[in-house]
Design a protein. Structure first.
Length: 400
């Protein structure tokens, strides 16, 4: 068996401390002491609400942020954005952001996600008949602007929201898209490659030009990639399987293809080099491995070998990507997210040394990359680390 770093109980206690510290940081960054609930950018609250929920911050605080985004950013068409936001936030993440805070709203019973104009608009993002979900469809609900490609990010986050809202048909359709996406990649996965975009008609985009590799391919070579593509698929397929069996009363046989597909992705991830876990975009792999670990243990589904692999992957993200990079104030560094492997930002490092971060913590003038503030990164990491916590708790309970 491959090595592990620490005992699960030891890791669990460290994760609990990390969650508490991160939650305290996010709460301290709410207006007037910080930009959360003040700056006209939905990015400051969509993942922060997720991270606060995961860290156990009181629901009243989270509700106040959802009140703010409803009052300030809800548009007449049901979308959420501030008109002055740059396109990389307002348009490219148009569905992603309400899908993130929307599931939190559903979990705590906030009425923002129950508004017909909001739900009807969100449902428009799901492509028929593929089940995949677009990131952006224009501004006119009467004229959906279909995009050239669909990827796992918006499809999986939409699916999680559908599960939170108990909309079974839409959730299963999203899961079918994910399963077919992985199936289309099987041949490529056997040689260590996943193509990350598919056309609405179901064709993988395998023609990748220079400068597009970081947003179109995940492989076992570069230490700086969109590794989260694998993680977000694993997480959704596991949660969908579990929901189908425990809440919707479907047989394990009917739901099994989704969990089997997640296990295929685990095999791909388990062969990743260790240095890939030093890049922040490994984050959603913690989510996927944590959910997979929990489901495999609780449903007594897989052999011990698969459980061990899920634990090792979850452990590596929790330690190397998350806790080793957490700053003294409980946050994580901001990220200059590269959309091309040719961009100078792709060479930045986010590893603190003695608590010091070399990477600039403000947006770079003239940069075409996404600037993700520390509040956003912290919220996401906490939300995903909570899944690792739940998986380890299930593992420890099984071994008692």
């Amino acid at each position: 068996m491959d090595w592990t770093i620490t005992d699960p109980a030891h890791l669990l206690e460290a994760i609990k401390l990390s969650l508490a510290q991160g939650g305290n940081f996010l709460k301290s960054r709410i207006t007037p002491n910080g930009p959360i609930g003040r700056e006209p950018n939905v990015n400051y609250i969509h993942k922060a609400s997720w991270g606060m929920y995961a860290a156990g911050v009181d629901h009243g605080t989270i509700e106040s942020l959802l009140d703010w985004v409803e009052q300030e950013a809800l548009q007449k068409n049901g979308d959420f954005y501030f008109p002055q936001e740059p396109s990389e936030y307002k348009d490219l993440q148009r569905l992603y952001r309400p899908a993130t805070f929307g599931k939190v709203a559903a979990w705590i019973g906030h009425p923002i996600i129950e508004k017909p104009v909001v739900i009807d608009r969100i449902l428009q993002y799901q492509h028929q008949p593929s089940g995949g979900v677009f990131n952006y469809i224009g501004d006119d609900p009467k004229n959906v602007e279909e995009q050239a490609t669909i990827g796992p990010l918006n499809t999986t986050f939409f699916g999680h929201l559908m599960i939170a809202l108990n909309l079974k048909d839409q959730a299963v359709a999203a899961g079918e898209w994910c399963r077919r996406f992985v199936e289309a990649n099987w041949e490529h996965m056997s040689r260590g490659v996943i193509y990350t975009q598919m056309t609405p008609t179901g064709d993988l985009v395998t023609d990748v030009a220079a400068g597009e590799r970081i947003t179109r391919i995940v492989d076992h070579e570069s230490p700086r990639q969109e590794f989260w593509q694998v993680g977000t698929l694993m997480a959704y397929l596991c949660v969908l399987y579990d929901t189908m069996v425990t809440r919707w009363g479907l047989s394990k046989y009917k739901a099994r293809p989704y969990l089997d597909t997640a296990l295929e992705l685990l095999e791909f991830e388990a062969t990743m080099p260790l240095d890939t876990y030093l890049w922040p975009s490994k984050c959603k792999v913690a989510w996927g491995a944590g959910e997979l670990l929990r489901v495999l243990v609780e449903r007594q589904y897989a052999e011990q070998q698969s459980i061990d692999k899920a634990y090792r992957v979850a452990e590596r993200v929790a330690i190397f990507t998350f806790m080793d990079n957490q700053l003294g104030n409980g946050s994580w560094p901001a990220m200059h997210y590269p959309t091309s492997e040719l961009a100078p930002e792709a060479e930045l490092t986010y590893k603190p040394l003695k608590g010091l971060v070399h990477t600039p913590q403000l947006a770079l003038e003239g940069s075409q990359m996404f600037f993700l503030p520390g509040e956003e990164i912290t919220g996401e990491f906490l939300g995903e680390m909570k899944s690792v916590k739940r998986g380890i708790e299930s593992l420890i309970s099984m071994n008692r």
